[in-house]
Ligand binder design. Sequence first.
Ligand SMILES: [Zn+2]
Length: 429
Amino acid sequence: MAPILLTGGRIIDPGNNVDLVGDILIEDGQITRVATNIDATGAEIIDVTGRVVAPGLIDIHCHLRDPGFPEREDFKSGTRAAARGGFTTLIAMPNTSPVCDHPVVAEYVLARSKREGVVNVLPYGAITKGQQGQELAPYADLVAAGCVAFSDDGQPLMNAGLMRQALLMAKDINKFFAVHCEDRTITGEGVINEGEVSRCLGVKGIPYTSEAAMVARDILLAEETASRVHICHVGCARSVELIREGKKRGVAVTGEVIPHYLNTTEADMLTLEGRFKIKPPFGSQEDQDALKEGLVDGTLEVIATDHAPYTLAEKKRDFREAPFGLIGLETALGVVLTAMVHSGLLSLPAAIAKMTCNPARLLGLNKGTLGVGGDADIVVIDPDREWQVDVNENESKSRNCPQHGRWLKGRAVLTMVGGRIVMQDGKVC
Ligand SMILES: [Zn+2]
């Protein structure tokens, strides 16, 4: 590979407190120099004047559906969607078929994604065998096979005693545990947020306590066992308050926001389209405001996509029957820049940190920065590009996206993984 010089861009590397206009030299897949002016004879020169050069985005919450559901997504389509969205590393949730609760499945995810994928993929291991909530998975074996974190996402761990044991184990192996907080006995048959809109439509609602009660439980368990816990897809104001209060008490609790919640509320559910059906359900305007406040004051340190592909046929079912989950890899950056940065709530470096160095630090990954000697995983962003989302242009196999038709400001224009350009001007190479 010939050396590449990205020249004239605004280099934002929050993990190293770097924000300068300058050049980055990439040689043999690594970043070898970052400076205001680099003379690199022989290098391929890419002029990125007026653009932002940032560490490649890291998604600590996505569903790539392989093994088991290739009609929804596979490593090729999922990682191409990631490249289009500016992501260079994905941590794949284990709710596949079979579930990633055995080293063989983790090895399969690593090998197959390497062969078919265009960005890095690392596997989550399951917290319980088969995500059945009955018996803990073999964590040490899964770590040895390459799992970097653990989650039963998609399924709540209803058994508090087992959750407590799992947190103690997580502490022993010092691994990141991401929990899907939902009390199914409260969710019941609910399909959207319980409130004005559910009452107006006459559909069964999901009370906010379905999420918040479990958030409270898991914070208490983390406090008592002195372990750490990460709350997936925080959706309601009460959960944000609980995490904020937990942090004040010194609990090692962290939380993530999914971009869709920053520009979508229960009011969008009036059409009862499957492409808005998600868990936790989109809440009220107050819930959305609380999530934004949580991002601003640092209560919520990560932005993740929860990219959850489903086929059109699955999503076109009767609204009550359609599965919960939406795709987001290709729109996440645009939504975050539009809802948080252009609105003046978050600085660009602060927003980038929540999608790069913050998730890397939580996972203990040696990624998420533009440090010299590190892998050249880089995204070039045009922060002012206005574009209308059209799911028909997706690299993902699925179309279940609430952003379809909306105008966003800001998008990735070049994605580089290990020094190789995998996306340029929206085209995945
Ligand atoms: Zn979940």
